[in-house]
Write a protein that binds this ligand. Structure first.
Ligand SMILES: [Mg+2]
Ligand SMILES: [Zn+2]
Length: 204
């Protein structure tokens, strides 16, 4: 079994553009050091798995084919610095029925973070050692999902910087185990502190 680093995408590996998010390949701009961070993770024996909410599909802003183009650009940019991504798991859903959306994807699902289905799929597909695995995210939704999976949860100060507390108006938001300036710093810490944790996660 191998450990994994689960990376959120926008705000962690590439810039979070705000607004409706990344809508095409030209919106993908790497956060400096992201490719090297993915490379460092894999060199240390971690699988590099991206887990990303893509509600733009449900909202009708991006097609599944368009999403492939976005991910191809991201993989290409990361690989220029030696960062090879093992897999990308995405949630195309959103629970709201908005006009102009794609009805097939406008559902309440279990894969949209803080749901954990994307993570559970990855764990099954790659026989991942959850107890040695880590999540790196910029949103409290990422942290919530990582918590529910029992992962070590690291936040970054890029993107939403884990300050999106408005998503948790009526309860205490999940908290990162530790905060880092960016993904490069977070991965550097992961690989130099590979202690086995494996504590039971608190459901988000
Ligand atoms: Mg993000
Ligand atoms: Zn979903």
């Amino acid at each position: 079994m191998r450990p994994a680093i689960f990376f959120d995408c926008d705000g962690v590996l590439n810039e979070e553009p705000g607004g409706h998010g990344v809508l095409g390949p030209d919106d993908v701009h790497l956060i400096p050091g992201a490719g090297q961070a993915v490379r460092t993770a894999r060199d240390a024996g971690y699988l590099a798995i991206i887990v990303t909410n893509r509600a733009q599909v449900a909202k009708g802003f991006v097609t599944l084919a368009g999403l492939e183009g976005i991910f191809a650009r991201l993989r290409d940019l990361l690989s220029r610095d030696g960062g090879i991504v093992d897999a990308i798991y995405f949630c195309p859903h959103h629970p709201e029925r908005t006009p102009g959306g794609a009805p097939d994807f406008q559902i309440a699902c279990e894969c949209r973070k803080p749901g954990t289905l994307l993570f559970r799929r990855a764990v099954a597909d790659f026989d991942i050692d959850v107890g040695r695995s880590v999540l790196i995210g910029d949103s409290l939704r990422d942290i919530g999902a990582g918590r529910a999976m029992g992962l070590k949860c690291y936040g970054v100060r890029t993107g939403f910087a884990c300050r999106d507390v408005e998503r948790y108006p009526d309860r205490t938001p999940p908290q990162a185990d530790q905060m880092f300036a960016d993904v490069g710093e977070a991965v550097a810490f992961c690989v130099s502190h590979p202690a086995k944790h494996g504590q039971a996660g608190q459901p988000d």
